[in-house]
Write a protein that binds this ligand. Sequence first.
Ligand code: XLS
Ligand code: MG
Length: 347
Amino acid sequence: MAGIFRFTFGPWNIHEGADPFGPSVRKSLSFTNKLPLYKKLGFDGVQFHDDDAVPEMNDLTPQQISARAKELKKILDDHGLIAEFVAPRLWEDERTIDGGYTSNDPSCRKYANDRSKRAIDIAQALGTDLLVLWLAREGTYIRESKDSKVATERIVDSINQMLEYDPAIRVCVEPKPNEPMDHTYIPTTGHAVALALLCSDPKRVGVNIESAHAILAGLDPSDEMGFAMSFNKLWTVHLNDQNGLKFDQDKTFGSVDIRRAFNQVRILDKHDYGKNGEWVGLDVKAMRSQKDDSATRHLSNSREMFLRLLEISRDIDEKFIADCTDRRDYEELEMYILRSLLPERQI
Ligand code: XLS
Ligand code: MG
């Protein structure tokens, strides 16, 4: 058994370095200038927020939005690139200050639902059937202001509207427990899978697991992946790394905990990830302290880490692991894995 791995990232992963405490520190690259970098860095697919694909889309008619997205499709074809998914960016507009799908204001919920349908139009024009929902502001800072049962039902209602709008679209929820909200309503893979089962067509609702988001929930990303795969619901991943429970860092894959990264690669490879067309997304950002000249290296480095860990994983003696496991010699197994992850040295 072995997976098939092709890589994607989003234009937001080449970033100017602004954070909540300070401005940009690197020069801005236009989307047109980012496109040729994809292949150079070893990537074949592009992930899109709806307005990465069609900027200023709130000022355009649905027809204009589709027409612009079709022009973009030609540009992607010229670069030999495929659109992996489209995600409605629902966290910047003033109408989503208190959430979109879960807002207490019906006109704000309507905006979120309409915007999601425009994102589906863009997905259709770009030739992908995958819509990712990062439910950024669907949560609370103040518990008494929303009702978590009603909020869950509202998210289900919104997803049902999307499923009905396009009978071919697949909706992939990207869980995250916090940030920007204090608490979000679909914080983990388990919540996302359960949510899918409440929707009108559960087989068209799946999960995008981001390593850092699972870590922020105090969970192991590889276990989250295994759980989603047991429901056939792992339709894309956002691999990265995270140093403890703090803001979402989007660090280079494997840069904090190489064994944790190894286990993500191993579970994906063991269970044929990619054989149904799933991509490996690398949702990583360069450090703010990185100078311009190497500010795309986090992408190729993350891909290289994935491929190196894949090689290690495929070289591993599974019989030896099974033997240690049978004997419950876990110290031996521990050291075998640690040795496998380190270069040979004479001691
Ligand atoms: C959040 C993400 C976000 C989604 C796509 O952590 O980086 O951009 O992955 O909407
Ligand atoms: Mg992400």
